[in-house]
Design a binder for this molecule. Sequence first.
Ligand code: SAM
Length: 349
Amino acid sequence: MEKQEILRWLRTTGEDRLSRLWQMADQARRRHVGQDVHLRGLIEISNHCSRRCGYCGLNVHNSSIGRYRMTDDEIVACAHQASALGYGTVVMQAGEDPGIGKQWMHDLIRRIKRETDLAVTLSLGERPDEELCSWFDAGADRYLLRFETSRRSLYDSIHPPLAGTMSDRIALLRRLKLFGYEIGSGVMIGIPGQTYDDLATDILLFKELDLDMIGVGPFIPHQATPLGRPDQVAYAVPAEQVPNSEEMTYKVIALSRLLCLRANIPSTTALATINSESGRELGLSRGANVVMPNVTPGAYRALYEIYPSKACVDETAADFGSGLVRRIRSMGRTIGRGRGDSPNLSGRK
Ligand code: SAM
């Protein structure tokens, strides 16, 4: 698919016309990754963050949230719970937390691999190569790092670098692949200042990077961040500002599927947050094949407030898991067994 065609779909409106896109994406999903929906247990291991991202509620300047870092025993207990619920993967996610040390993480990954059969995905932000290699050696399988937007000037304005460093997530993704990780990335949809052209370029970059996993979700404003208070921060609204809408999110999921046929694509929590009734199911029927149920203990989950009113903050992992499995089966889909590695990987190894 060329950029002009991607742009044409991004600008298309009306359910009658868009239903063609949904159908094409669903067919491609069925043909290339099948009927299985893979479940990943998400553990939000720390909400400490040293970054000043203009969009994220975990940013270091937000003094309105209580900070936590889970202990290794707490994290391993969550991994066992994910395994008992039948999930094949745990995703350990955190703010960019200097309190997560190289050796501590290394030992934790080894322990999870020793005590369970789970695949391990990390989503810990931009970390030194030395740490990333050490964690791969310990057994980590995958790394998720959204590049958020491919336009450098927009990225720099929403994701200021740490003093004395430079932030290049796209280069880091290429290195993660060389280190041996299965790599996942994605963007937020409807970032203030993001144009349709930017978004089409992002989708083409998913393909160029040959991503194994693609996670996209709507930008959800958080009051305790600069981008959540547009009245207080002046930024230029482009003529063709991308809306942070549900429909635009489905378009990007569908187009990602059509360009990256064998990637694993989650129907994200951000989507379920803006449509709690059917967001997750609609994502799954428009190209997605993965869901990431949250297995973080309730008390911590509420504090991992990257954006407000996050879906499923009040449900226990077990209740949510059983409801989710029922809903997936009622769509005629099956629950993936085992690790659910990206089929894209087999083309590379
Ligand atoms: N610190 C790691 C990192 O930066 O990759 C992982 C945690 S970070 C909170 C995970 C993702 O949350 C980010 O990549 C971003 O896309 C998403 N996110 C943060 N704030 C958001 C917001 N206000 N609306 C939607 N998504 C948001």
